[in-house]
Ligand binder design. Sequence first.
Ligand code: ZN
Length: 192
Amino acid sequence: MLPLTYWPDERLVQKCEPVKQIDDAFLLFVESLKKTMLKEQGLGIAATQVGVPLQVCLVQETYGEEPLVMINPVIEASSKKKVLFGEGCLSFPGLFIEVARPAWVDVAYLDLNMKRHLRRFDGLPLSVCVQHEIDHLRGLTFLDRVSRQERRKILRKWKQPWTEYPPPRSTQAKSGSRKASYKKKKAGRRKK
Ligand SMILES: [Zn+2]
């Protein structure tokens, strides 16, 4: 388990360095990232969400199964058609916002054997989840995908579980229970 970075932590808005080699330390990091995602019940996770500026993210294609590891992912093409989808994010506890994104994307990425893949991600929520995680590796969050006006409105309404950064431990625990009750209301929506 790795500690999560919560918005507005500046490590969330940094651009990540490409991964140059897969060594034991990197494999261990990916394993910890995976454990963190599963523990936090995220549909995906990016290295910036644990404060590490490396281009690697994980996405659960099928919830509960081995996640897809994407190293140095690049969106090569995307559809003109957009889809609107309610997104959550581990870095914004309790916040769900509607974001419009291309319906499909073609992504080039490396796997853990440094093998290159070019794959089309189509369909919800996978396509959206992949785009959301790749955004994280470029220092972007879903707030960057809505208008400035909407962003202000969202942040005014968002009931952050804490008022200062870093959140005190006791507050984090409380936010967990708040999250749980919120999740019940918004069944079907998952955090990324
Ligand atoms: Zn996120």
